[in-house]
Design a protein around this ligand. Sequence first.
Ligand SMILES: NC(=O)c1ccc[n+]([C@@H]2O[C@H](COP(=O)([O-])OP(=O)(O)OC[C@H]3O[C@@H](n4cnc5c(N)ncnc54)[C@H](O)[C@@H]3O)[C@@H](O)[C@H]2O)c1
Length: 443
Amino acid sequence: LRNIGVVGLGNVGLCTALCFANKGNKVTGIDLSTERISTIQNGKSPFYERNLTEYLNTAISQGNFSCSSNYASLLNMDFIFITVGTPNLVNGSTDLSQVRSASKSIAKVIGRSREFPVVVVVKSTVTPRTTRKIVKPILERYSKMKMGVNFGLCANPEFLREGNAIEDTLHPDKVVIGFDDERSGKELAAFYESFYGSDSKIILTNTETAELIKYANNVFLATKISYINTIARICEKLRGSDVKKVAQAIGLDSRIGPKFLEAGPGYGGSCFPKDVKALITFAANLGVSTELFHAVENVNAEQVEHVVSMVSRLLRRVKGKKISILGLSFKADTDDVRESPAIKVIERLLSLNAKITVYDPKAMKRAREVLGDSIFYSPSSREALMDSELCIIMTEWKEFTELKPTDFIAVMKRPTILDTRRIYDPWDFQGKTKFAGIGLELE
Ligand SMILES: NC(=O)c1ccc[n+]([C@@H]2O[C@H](COP(=O)([O-])OP(=O)(O)OC[C@H]3O[C@@H](n4cnc5c(N)ncnc54)[C@H](O)[C@@H]3O)[C@@H](O)[C@H]2O)c1
């Protein structure tokens, strides 16, 4: 069992910290936001993630987790994980300012705890060479110590999915460890082996390969989504065809696999859009053609417009019509609305003067921070549907999958459903309501 510091208590940092703590490690979390720290200290999660509050309270009551804004509490750690944010700059490249500032603050504390050769672990998604060319020099300069001698350094990208973060952290498909000095790599691998057991799939490599793996992984998944959304558009023009059947069949090919083949309103969230952009910029700087990645991005951007054009076809005139939106988060089981297609569709429909009423089981608060009073917020799906002329399913929340045609018919003015997530069987709605879905021929 180890002493572990985790710097940056966002979705990745807090989940990682609590999973480590719940297996008995002593974990100290650091975040610059004092508001976030006091929320966490009070046993509340600053964002919605299944089981996270329970994990937090168990870890606090067992005395395995504490947090503060003061880096001095990171003295004498075995590992310090950097999990701060890495958003895009306007030119698409990665903004490493949080990583730089965290590295500088860490350097100052490891400089004061010389007897412990701590291993600093870059878990944030960073462009290749960041660990070696940016983090390492900052750590050496401000600690006045040498990497590989007085402290260790690894790149260890994270692959967890929001909404399934704890499960993914406890049972990852793989652990990627990049190192430039062998002792650091061995130390971190030994920790993960003790954490996950000896049959865990650990990929050992150098730091830039580890950093690239994260982008290659995410951009591949984004590519699958844009691919199936393109097939969905073909289905919409091919009478009688259905993208769900196509996806089901091609997903059974073990070379393809069934996941991330769900046609929908496009990918969103805090990772895919920014990671696709960052890889485009990075590859272009190396002189590598980025045509494929641009296509992935363009298809995704078009998908929002595609949903809006389906709305126009269904309603003919959008102006003044009441439209209900079910789902605001970028996917189910999270309250994250960053780059959410639902938010983008709403903004477009508002520009066409639609009257929008929304409901989401978890994301209302965060959506309100973005959309303010431009729309109506309903306390339930039933109320959101009241007197409306179109319902758009934007997020695949389980509670929406349980709605029956009668639930729409009972309260809507003219029941029309646009199922962008394909959560319903269109046959159930046949003859009862007007129904359209992504990847289905529009009536
Ligand atoms: N969110 C995901 O599902 C996910 C999955 C895999 C990888 N990642 C990557 O992990 C990293 C973190 O993502 P996130 O979504 O958790 O980020 P986030 O933006 O939600 O959280 C980052 C946290 O770091 C804190 N912070 C910023 N600068 C700091 C500093 N100098 N010292 C201490 N704290 C500081 C912020 O206050 C914030 O709480 C990113 O690089 C992201 O690309 C995210």
